[in-house]
Design a protein around this ligand. Structure first.
Ligand code: URA
Ligand code: CA
Length: 442
């Protein structure tokens, strides 16, 4: 086989066979083809797309480019959750203990941030002494004993995806539905999930900007799941404003604790309960989503989910007293209150801008492997639909460096779009996609 033939075929709109995709991913992983040819192939895929069967074959080839975790020795159905990426998306930190408290095992491999948003692993590092790199045996043992473990995704999981993503990032080929679908599904399959729950984000702050594209991405991932025998459900959710109110690693740990206490952002809480309820259904713990939602709501208000979070932190070496004393989390030296100088209803909060401003402070990465300042970030005080006066605080910036504060503030302010009329707010949960049904809630 020759890579040039595959590039030309894809350029001309001819579908690849399973064998061709296996060959391509294998050759790329072993560095037997140069990056420039893979880059050309990625651009051809970007323009010509892939069929469902091609996307499924690409997914399996990427999953098989490294180790495939076998969690079958653990009791119960392992359901993994993945979000296509959002700002102030602290769901994993709430969901994992919540679902584990309901008796459903959570075996989670998480990443560091892709692009400017912090990843779950970055956030967990804000907890003093917390070990994000527990070995395979402790990972399995902790799930057995505590029903929950989270570890950094090892380099041996779907290595082709990491290599491909780095190339996509610098060749303008990230926003391709078959490439996003295969990237996400390959990692989940390699990490040993029996079933997969996807949170597909749609809106100005997400890769998918409109319902049609989000639906297409959801449908292809759900159908890959069916083809490879890993039942997959996708919940499509709005990203027209940051999900929670905290952006920044330490601040998001604090926000997760607030939500686990039944306080904090109502939107974040509702989304966690909704996603968790779908996970309980997939795991066979409850028969229907409403029952799951009610059960998880009780576990939140009884304190059981928070107790599970404390148990999980302790099991991975961390200091669980952060739950009662947030001062033990990394604290920025200064805070600044931001107002806009104009009054009106908030029509939109541009998530990408907020994320970028937080990255400028040091909460996210501007380049690969950049060390983070876990203490800094942004707390939002308002949501879309709120009326604000010209001198009213819309955000508090937690910072350590005066120059970075100025830069971040300049970036932050235009994220708030105001209007003289109260805007209509779209619901947070827009739809649910299963292999045999699409439910639309708006
Ligand atoms: N998240 C992923 O893991 N991969 C993509 O390609 C996009 C979002
Ligand atoms: Ca101050």
């Amino acid at each position: 086989m020759r890579i040039l033939d595959l590039i030309v075929n894809k350029r001309n709109g001819i579908s690849h066979t399973v064998e061709e995709l296996e060959w391509l991913i294998n050759a790329f992983t072993k560095e037997q083809v140069p990056d420039y040819q893979i880059a050309a192939w990625l651009m051809a895929v970007y323009f010509k797309g892939m069929t469902e069967n091609e996307t499924a074959a690409l997914t399996m080839a990427m999953a098989q480019s490294g180790e495939i975790l076998d969690l079958s020795g653990l009791p119960g159905i392992k359901v993994d959750k993945h979000s296509t990426g959002g700002v102030a998306d602290t769901t994993t930190l709430v969901l994992a203990p919540l679902v584990a408290a309901a008796g459903v095992p959570v075996a989670k491999m998480s990443g560091r941030g892709l692009g400017f948003t912090g990843g779950t692993i970055d956030k967990l590092e804000a907890i003093p002494n917390f070990n994000v790199m527990i070995d395979r045996n402790s990972f399995i043992e902790n799930i057995r004993r505590h029903g929950l473990a989270i570890t950094a995704q090892s380099a041996s999981i779907a290595p082709a995806d990491g290599k491909l993503y780095s190339l996509r990032d610098v060749t303008g080929t990230v926003e391709s539905i078959p490439l996003i679908a295969s990237s996400i599904m390959s990692k989940k399959i390699a990490a040993g999930a029996d079933k997969i729950l996807l949170d597909v984000k749609v809106g100005s702050g997400a890769f998918m900007k409109n319902w049609e594209d989000a639906l297409q991405l959801a449908l292809i991932m759900v159908s890959i799941g069916r083809i490879v025998n890993r039942e997959t459900v996708a919940v499509i959710t709005s990203m027209e404003e940051p999900l929670g109110l905290a952006i920044g690693n330490s601040l998001e740990i604090q926000e997760a604790i607030d939500v686990l206490k039944g306080e904090g952002s109502a939107e974040l809480r509702h989304l966690c309960l909704t996603l968790g309820a779908h996970m309980l259904v997939l795991a066979g713990r409850v028969d229907e989503v409403n029952g799951g939602y009610r059960l998880l709501h009780e576990l939140l208000h009884s304190g059981a989910a928070l107790a599970k979070f404390a148990e999980f932190i302790t099991a991975q070496g961390g200091d669980a007293s952060i739950i009662s004393n947030s001062q033990l989390l990394p604290q920025a030296k200064h805070t600044a209150e931001i107002s806009l100088g104009t009054a009106g209803y908030i029509r939109r909060i541009e998530s990408a801008r907020i994320g970028h401003a937080a990255a400028l402070l040091g909460a996210g990465r501007m380049y690969k492997n950049q060390p983070l300042d876990l203490s800094v970030g942004i707390i939002l005080h308002h949501r879309v639909g709120d009326y604000i006066d010209s001198d009213q605080t819309v955000a508090t910036v937690h910072y350590n460096d005066e120059e970075k504060l100025l830069e971040a503030t300049e970036y932050l302010k235009p994220a708030f779009e105001l209007s003289s009329e109260k805007p209509l707010k779209s619901p947070l949960v827009l739809g649910v996609v299963k292999y045999n049904s699409v439910d639309k809630y708006f």
